[in-house]
Design a protein around this ligand. Structure first.
Ligand code: PM9
Length: 462
């Protein structure tokens, strides 16, 4: 008799040492909570959430090594030894000689936008990110999306949907002139596209084109490790390279990077601005004392910088990133059993439900993704986030809603926090909401703040 092929599973490369209790609530309780929160999952109290897939930002479980590092925090106002440890690791892993710490990613975005952008400039990029684009606009630039068309199609299975379309980039350079483009803003993987990566080949081609026009590349390296993993597993020639080697090769094409350390570095707070350009560094080092704190702590405690330094060592461990993306893949394969539409292929940090398809009876100005996120919370206490028309905000010129092609609910995985059983509960809840989708009504916006409205906007049921 032929031997049965036995599947071999992977498992997380850690065991659990400390636990934080969470509690399931009743539907009645959740109905009150979501109404009080104006149908915005950002406005829920976390005590009322059962499984929190709002974000992977700062929600990570630190390792015992990182917690031990917290105890050797040097809280000197100036010249903390943890700063130097962190700086050495920034050089080692990102290959950037100059570094300024910040309290989180958007502080670095603010500084770099103010330093590099002049009023009337254009910033091409591989799809917008909410805080990144806002800082570029506040500095006087217009953001131009030059990502490949496939990125806007949730059903397209291409492996590198974070790539830049060279034709779009060339057309922009020809139209506005290289002098009006201080840098190309590249993120990888692309958060708003569903965590889709760019390929090394595309990065090299973009570098070549930009170099011939003396345009620099700047990298939002917030989740660069996931991009490196996709290059290793999807791009020819990289299978045998380590994650650290791929990361170093990626960053070699950039003049500088900004990083929200709250993601790849598996900490709860922190940011990085690092560059090869001494002049830019000197400006940033001067600016940081105005907005963040001295240039050797940038709004962080010494202990936070130590946890970041150790997090940099851990983030390049293959098993960590393999287990992380393995969770997202498992979530996707379980959703497939119920036919629930989501952005394909599965991305690095999250599953993105296709709210436009799921709630196809709702027009986009009734906020299908906002509605779906609220319904999912109501069903089970699972918290996700809207990534659609609310997140896209208004066009600063016309004041009209920007209607993105992608109208998504993001279910994001904090690193080293939830188990496969949590995923099963979330999947079953999504399947149940999906089954009942025709009975779901939309939302009306009743309060809209000026900036980043998805954080604080309020809605009511239609
Ligand atoms: N990302 C996220 O949940 C947290 C806030 S926005 C909902 O995905 C990129 C690619 C990010 C990012 C934050 C930032 C800003 C920059 N780039 O949140 O300021 O995903 O540390 O970083 C969030 P900070």
């Amino acid at each position: 008799m032929a031997k049965k092929v036995i599947k071999r599973s992977w498992a997380e490369p850690f065991k659990i040492k400390v636990v934080e209790p969470i509690k399931m609530t009743t539907r009645e309780h959740r109905e009150k909570a979501i109404k009080t929160a104006g149908y915005n999952t950002f406005l829920l109290e976390s005590e009322d959430v059962y499984i929190d897939l709002l974000t992977d930002s700062g929600t990570n479980a630190m390792s015992d090594r990182q917690w031990a590092g917290m105890m050797v925090g040097d809280e000197a106002y100036a010249g903390s030894r943890n700063f130097y440890h962190l700086w050495n690791n920034v050089k080692k892993y990102y290959g950037m000689p100059y570094f300024v710490p910040t309290h989180q990613g958007r502080a670095a975005e603010h500084m770099i936008s103010q330093i590099l952008i002049k009023k009337g400039d254009y910033i091409p990029g591989n799809m917008y990110f909410t805080t990144t684009r806002l800082h570029q606009e506040l500095a006087g630039a217009t953001f131009i999306d030059v990502i490949v068309d496939e990125a806007h199609d949730p059903t397209n299975e291409k492996p590198f949907k974070g790539n830049i379309d060279l034709k779009k980039l060339k057309a922009l350079i020809n139209k506005v002139g290289a002098k009006k483009i201080p840098y190309v803003s590249i993120a990888g993987p692309v958060n708003m596209a569903g965590g889709q990566p760019f390929s090394m080949k595309n990065l090299k081609d973009v570098y070549k084109l930009c170099n011939s026009h003396k345009i620099k590349l700047w990298f939002d390296a917030t989740r660069a490790i996931e991009n490196a993993y996709f290059i290793k597993t999807r791009e020819r020639g990289y299978a045998k390279k380590t994650i650290a080697e791929i990361l170093k090769e990626m960053t070699s094409y950039f003049e500088g990077i900004w990083v929200s350390a709250k993601k790849d570095l598996m900490v709860n707070i922190g940011g990085i601005l690092a560059t090869k350009n001494k002049k830019v560094f000197e400006k940033a080092r001067n600016m940081v004392v105005v907005y963040e704190g001295l240039h050797t702590y940038g709004g962080l405690a010494g202990r936070d910088m130590e946890a970041m330094a150790i997090g940099l060592n851990e983030m390049v461990e293959y098993d960590n990133v393999r287990a992380r993306i393995g969770q997202v893949e498992y979530f996707g394969s379980e959703l497939d059993k119920y036919g629930v539409p989501y952005v394909r292929p599965v991305g690095g940090h999250a599953i993105f439900l296709d709210a436009k398809k799921i709630l196809s009876h709702l027009p986009q100005d009734q906020f299908p993704a906002q509605t779906l996120a609220a319904e999912l919370y109501l069903d089970s206490g699972v918290r996700g986030m809207e990534r659609g028309v609310v997140s896209a905000g208004r066009d600063p010129e016309t004041g009209e809603h920007r209607f993105p092609k992608l109208e998504l609910v993001r279910l994001t995985f904090p690193r080293r926090v939830y188990t496969q059983a949590h995923i099963d509960v979330a999947v079953e809840s999504i399947a149940s909401v999906y089954q009942n989708r025709k009975n779901i009504t939309g939302l009306k916006m009743i309060y809209e703040p000026e900036y980043l409205r998805f954080f604080q906007g309020r809605f009511k049921k239609l």
